[in-house]
Write a protein that binds this ligand. Structure first.
Ligand code: IPE
Ligand code: IPE
Ligand code: MG
Ligand code: MG
Ligand code: MG
Length: 341
């Protein structure tokens, strides 16, 4: 159970993210200031939302101290999660739930569960045995700041914490929906989702003692749909499920999640080619050096950028039926393509 004080704070943050009752969104004298651009508003929402997620994650990790968890492990879990990630997956979950009329502490808790899985995936992705990276979110990777064995265990503990968070009845009053989320997250994170995608990603580098398999547009896209797409798709479908949306809405949001999942990894691969470590908060130029299978490599940089723009247009079109209510989600899709970190 999260301490009430922290939940109250997180709820206040949610109201702020949704733009209600938020003094910082409407400072004194704001009526005479020029209106903020859409991206300023989105950035502010993302930042407020990030603080809310950090509050829930901090409470959840701190709460483990009273149940006998070793402090060294909890410190490393905090390091791996409370460290400046964009919090895009939980943001998509919260905004999808809000589109269908739900925004409360239970939604934020589900969003924090998803961020636990994502943060764990980054800790393990950076390990020497996988991508061997020293920099993440602008800081030393967890295995460098602590040690390799601690980083492996941090990933394990964040993964189980995610499922523990999802069992709480505040997530949804109907246990069947909670079970649906547990099963959905397990599949999105597991052998047919993120972990399976990571395996295929490494295989494409010629790991596991095999010659790298011949890649095609289809094989790269299906690997990326697993390694990155599955969690982003889950962000959208779980937000919709939490708000008891109709089945045709769920199908629409699943398609939206699938498209932005592919777009997200494509943007990541473009940034690996064009970005720099200072802006990215992680090393650039790693994919080509490792011989990774990316669409940038397969189709060339300019064609990859065009493909990304086309995907964002498609994502936008899917949300047209919701009108202005879906503006934040549409802007988030745009942000995925235009981000620099
Ligand atoms: C990076 O994800 C890993 C990929 C799936 C490509 P993010 O770019 O969302 O990482 P953070 O959470 O903001 O650090
Ligand atoms: C990793 O993809 C996706 C995960 C499942 C963590 P990348 O290896 O391209 O992610 P970065 O570039 O290290 O963030
Ligand atoms: Mg990787
Ligand atoms: Mg990596
Ligand atoms: Mg990458």
């Amino acid at each position: 159970m999260l301490p009430l004080l922290n939940l109250g704070l997180a709820l206040k943050h949610i109201a702020m993210v949704q733009g209600h009752d938020n003094p910082t969104l409407e400072p004194a004298g704001s009526s005479i200031e020029a209106p903020r651009s859409m991206s300023d508003t989105l950035n502010q929402k993302l930042s407020l939302h990030g603080q809310a997620i950090s509050t829930v994650l901090k409470s959840a990790i701190d709460a483990e101290a009273s149940t006998g968890a070793p402090q060294g492990l909890l410190d490393a879990m905090s390091y791996a999660t409370l460290n400046g990630g964009k919090r895009l997956r939980p943001f998509l979950l919260v905004e999808t739930a809000a589109l269908f009329g739900r925004s409360d502490a239970g939604v934020l808790r589900a969003a924090a569960a998803l961020e636990c899985i994502h943060s764990y995936s980054l800790v393990h992705d950076d390990l020497p045995a996988l991508d061997n990276d020293d920099l993440r979110r602008g800081k030393k990777t967890t295995h460098i700041a602590f040690d390799e064995e601690t980083a492996i265990l941090v990933g394990d503990a964040l993964q189980t914490l995610a499922f523990d968070l999802l069992t709480d009845e505040r997530i949804h009053k109907d246990p069947a929906i909670r079970l649906k989320l547990v099963s959905g997250l397990a599949k999105a994170a597991g052998a047919s989702g993120m972990v399976g995608g990571q395996m295929l990603d490494l295989a494409a580098e010629g790991r596991h003692g095999n010659t790298p398999p011949q890649q095609s547009l289809h094989s790269i896209k299906s690997m990326q749909a697993m390694k990155t797409g599955a969690l982003l798709r889950f962000a959208c479908t779980s937000g919709a499920d939490l708000a008891d949306c109709a089945s045709d809405d769920l199908v629409r949001l699943e398609k939206f999640g699938t498209i932005i999942g592919l777009a997200f990894q494509l943007a990541d691969d473009i940034l690996d080619r064009t970005g720099d470590a200072a802006a990215l908060g992680k090393e650039a130029g790693k994919d080509a050096a490792a011989g990774k299978a990316t669409l940038v490599d397969f189709m060339g940089l300019e064609a990859a950028k065009d493909h990304l723009a086309a995907q964002i247009k498609q994502a936008d079109a899917l949300l047209q039926p919701y009108g202005a209510a879906a503006d934040t989600l549409k802007q988030t899709a745009g942000f995925i393509a235009s981000r620099t970190s």
